[in-house]
Write a new protein. Structure first.
Length: 250
C-alpha cells in the first residue's frame, strides 16, 4: 500500500561537484527531466545551492540540502540554518543521513530536532533511517529503524505527515550491494505500519529507498508496493543514469 502521491527521485551528490561539473550535470537534468512524471530533487553541497537556485529557476527540479542546523541562528560555527537554505529556494533537506550519524555522531534526538527546525522553516525534511550490517545480522533491523523513526515522531507528531522518509540500509550505501526488492519492501512495510499507527495522514508520507539504487535495479525496487521513490547517491552524478531512474519512476 504505497503513498498516494507521485513517486519521488532525489539525488544526493554528497561532497562531490564543482561549478563547472555542476553546470553540465544540471543542464542535462533540466532538459532530461522536464517532462518527468515523478518529482525530482537534487541535494547539493551548501556552497552550490546558489548555483542551483539560479540554474534550476523555473525548472521542474526541486533543490535539496544535505543537512540543516537544529538551531535557528547564533554561535554555531559551520552550521547552516533552515532560514538560510530557504533564501536559496531549498525545498528539501536530508536529515540523519547515515554518513552524518556515523562520521558526525548525530544522535536520534539531534536528527529529530533537525527535522523540527526544517519544518519550522517550510523545508521538508527527508528523514533517513537504516541499519548497519551488524545490526541486520543480529536481527535488529526492524527495531533500529523503528527507534530512529520514533525519535522523529516523538517531537514532530503534529506535523509528521509533512516529512519524507528514506530507508537507507547502511550496508548498501555506496557499496554496490543493494537490498533485494523483497528486503527493502519488508522494511518499508514495517515503517508504513509505524506511520499508520502514528498519524491519520500517514498515507501521504512517501518512503524512499536508498542504497546503491542504479539504472539497472531501479525499476524492480520502485515496483514494490511500499517503495515510493529513491534517494540516489553515486548514480545521481551521472545524468544518463539518474534520468533513467527518473524514467523508471514514471
Ligand atoms: C546516499 O548517499 O543516500 C546513497 C543512497 O548513496 P548510493 O546510492 O551511492 O548508495
Amino acid at each position: 500500500m504505497g503513498c498516494a502521491v507521485k513517486k519521488r527521485i532525489f539525488g544526493n551528490w554528497k561532497m562531490n561537484g564543482s561549478l563547472e561539473a555542476n553546470a553540465a550535470l544540471l543542464q542535462a537534468l533540466k532538459s532530461g527531466a522536464s517532462q518527468a512524471a515523478c518529482e525530482v530533487a537534487v541535494c547539493a553541497p551548501a556552497p552550490y545551492l546558489s548555483q542551483l537556485h539560479s540554474v534550476l529557476a523555473g525548472s521542474a527540479i526541486a533543490i535539496g540540502a544535505q543537512d540543516v542546523s537544529a538551531h535557528a541562528s547564533g554561535a554555531f560555527t559551520g552550521e547552516v540554518s533552515g532560514a538560510m537554505l530557504r533564501e536559496f529556494g531549498v525545498r528539501y533537506a536530508l536529515v540523519g543521513h547515515s554518513e552524518r550519524r556515523q562520521y558526525h555522531g548525530e544522535s536520534d534526538d539531534l536528527v529529530a530536532r533537525k527535522a523540527q527546525a526544517a519544518l519550522a522553516c517550510g523545508i521538508t525534511p527527508v528523514v533517513c533511517v537504516g541499519e548497519t550490517l551488524a545490526q541486520r545480522e543480529a536481527g535488529e533491523t526492524d527495531a533500529v529503524v523503528r527507534r530512529q523513526l520514533a525519535a522523529v515522531a516523538h517531537i514532530n507528531g503534529h506535523c509528521l505527515s509533512e516529512i519524507v522518509l528514506a530507508y537507507e540500509p547502511v550496508w548498501a550505501i555506496g557499496t554496490g550491494k543493494t537490498a533485494t526488492p523483497a528486503q527493502a519492501q519488508a522494511v518499508h512495510a514495517v515503517l508504513r505500519a509505524q506511520l499508520l499507527a502514528a498519524t491519520t495522514s500517514a498515507a501521504r508520507i512517501p518512503i524512499l529507498y536508498g542504497g546503491s539504487m542504479n539504472a539497472a535495479n531501479a525499476a524492480e525496487l520502485l515496483a514494490q508496493p511500499d517503495i515510493d521513490g529513491g534517494l540516489i547517491g553515486g548514480a545521481s552524478l551521472k545524468a544518463a543514469d539518474f534520468l533513467h531512474i527518473v524514467a523508471c519512476a514514471g
